[in-house]
Ligand binder design. Structure first.
Ligand code: NDP
Length: 269
């Protein structure tokens, strides 16, 4: 038996929905009114049009161009959402970006602050200003972390730290907001084929090669697709997950398992 999702009448705000995992999350198909947002206006529009194409007739897609690193943009994002739809049921904190750096780099600390701003501080602030609205709808929050929160990626210290803190933020929020009937969960994706590495400055060919190399990191022998994370987001946001809060859902094709299996210290022969 397959699960069916019905988000009719619900309002879902997904940051970083102009591309990748955020864009592939099929709330529109399930009847939700969605807020599509990102910095690139053309991409935001493209995704919003696609949402309307796949959604039932009465669903809407609101376009808001915003940079999550700017608190004033986040306030405008929430204000516009509430003005337009009158409420908020689901917040997906998905926007994020990685950066390669080393503690020896001259600009390490500046890079660290930037990575924290986009991957962590924006999430904390947006959640903070959404809680009053989620309280009214008994809604839920889904944070998109990474398996980088579960073990270090060489050269990605600030990113791993930000995602690790996001996991703890999730648990703290689940504990604090549970009595208000707001659920808070986190998803830790492994390698998922998106523009993520290109956004880090890699040329397309190098990004393709990097994802190819990632196939060996999973026990399933492939990288994941955006929709495979999107489906988990949909599940956690739905009533099928009504008793699930404060938990990590790892969508990584077995990367974490493979990492532990390959750890020399655990090898018996
Ligand atoms: P993409 O680069 O494909 O998409 C990132 C999205 O975030 C885009 O919509 C982008 O929109 C938006 N974004 C980036 N910076 C900002 C900003 N400053 N303000 C507003 N929006 C912003 O990456 P993914 O879809 O892969 O990443 C989604 C999430 O998944 C991230 O949090 C990432 O850390 C996490 N993740 C991804 C993995 C992967 O292998 N792909 C693995 C583990 C975790 P725009 O450019 O228009 O602003």
């Amino acid at each position: 038996m397959s699960l069916t999702f019905n988000f009719s009448g619900k309002v879902v705000l997904i940051t970083g929905s102009s591309a990748g995992i955020g864009a592939a999350t099929a709330f529109s198909r399930a009847g939700a009114n969605v807020v599509v947002t990102g910095r690139r206006a053309d991409k935001v529009s493209e995704v919003a049009k696609e949402c309307l194409k796949v959604s039932p007739k009465q669903s809407k897609a609101l376009e808001v161009v915003a940079d999550v690193t700017k608190p004033e943009d986040l306030r405008r994002l929430v204000d516009t959402t509430i003005k337009h739809f009158g409420k908020l049921d689901v917040l997906v904190n998905n926007a994020g970006a990685g950066t390669v750096t080393s503690i020896n780099n001259k600009d390490f600390y500046e890079t660290y602050l930037k990575v924290m701003q986009i991957n962590l501080n924006s999430v904390v602030y947006l959640t903070h200003i959404c809680v009053e609205h989620l309280e009214k709808t008994k809604g839920n929050v889904i944070n998109i972390s990474s398996i980088g929160a579960m073990g270090p990626f060489q050269g990605c210290t600030p990113y791993c730290m930000a995602k690790c803190a996001m996991d703890m933020f999730t648990k703290c929020m689940a504990a604090e907001l549970g009595p208000k009937r707001i659920r808070v969960n986190v998803i830790n994706p492994g390698p998922i084929r998106t523009e993520f590495m290109e956004a880090m400055g890699m040329p397309k060919e190098m990004s393709d090669n990097a994802f190819k190399a990632c196939e060996n990191l999973t026990v399933l022998g492939r990288v994941g697709e955006s929709v495979e994370v999107g489906d988990s987001i949909l599940y956690l946001a739905s009533d099928h997950a009504a008793f699930i809060t404060g938990t990590n859902v790892i969508v990584d094709g077995g990367c974490v398992v493979a990492y532990n299996t390959n750890a020399d210290i655990l090898k018996t022969n």
